[in-house]
Design a protein around this ligand. Structure first.
Ligand SMILES: Cc1cc2nc3c(=O)[nH]c(=O)nc-3n(C[C@H](O)[C@H](O)[C@H](O)COP(=O)(O)O)c2cc1C
Length: 189
């Protein structure tokens, strides 16, 4: 599977087989994912591998759209720590964006190995204590992980056409290749 295939075919998985993800596979996924970029190569992230159902259930209590979390075989919490020495990056919260970037790498590296994932949004205020994460750090992502029960491919309708997302030079300025008729129909409403 090449990178493009992994990006396009990845689905968010909410229904997992009971079969656990072996530690060797998990380590392989994280070894790949850790090559994500970060400010001054600070790698301001830590991962917590959660297999304990009781902890998963406690996290679930703070996930409005994550009722499946107590049933998943495991999850990985991605924590944004600090960019050391170049503190300006923390002031502009770049450490958190870097953690989101590495979370994406985890999802794609897992997919390439046949392992499904699904980002579960949590009320961040509530999660640090459950996971013993120091108050000054942020749990950026909770990613459910396991072997999917089924995988349904995306349909074209699952993403907006590129034309709706791309501007040229400044926000709102039409990208030259956009078809006039399409703009009439969609953008001028
Ligand atoms: C920041 C973020 C938060 C998300 N939160 C949730 C969530 O709380 N519960 C959930 O089931 N899926 C969540 N998702 C997954 C999205 O629902 C999913 O990515 C989207 O519907 C597109 O489907 P696909 O990932 O299968 O292409 C989240 C995804 C992202 C990137």
């Amino acid at each position: 599977m090449n990178v493009g295939e992994a990006i396009v075919t990845r689905r968010s998985v909410r229904d997992y087989q009971e079969k656990p993800v072996p530690d060797e596979v998990l380590v392989d996924i994280l070894e790949t994912a850790k090559w994500a970029p970060s400010p001054v190569n600070s790698q301001p992230w830590r991962f917590i591998v959660i297999r304990d159902r009781e902890i998963l259930t406690r996290v679930m209590a703070h996930a409005k759209y994550g009722s499946h979390l107590s049933e998943v075989p495991m999850a990985i919490a991605v924590i944004a720590t600090d960019v050391e020495t170049f503190h300006w990056f923390n002031e502009i919260e770049e450490n958190k964006y870097a953690a989101a970037v590495v979370a994406t790498s985890i999802m794609l590296a897992a997919w390439e190995k046949g392992v499904g994932t699904g980002w579960v949004s949590v009320d961040r205020k509530e999660i640090n204590d459950i996971l013993d994460v120091p108050r000054e750090y942020t749990v950026v992502a909770v990613i459910a992980m396991g072997y999917p029960v089924r995988v349904e491919p995306h349909s074209d309708a699952d993403r907006r056409p590129l034309d709706m997302m791309v501007f040229s030079g400044k926000y709102g300025e039409r990208f030259p290749r956009i078809d006039e008729e399409w703009v009439e129909e969609h953008m001028k409403k």
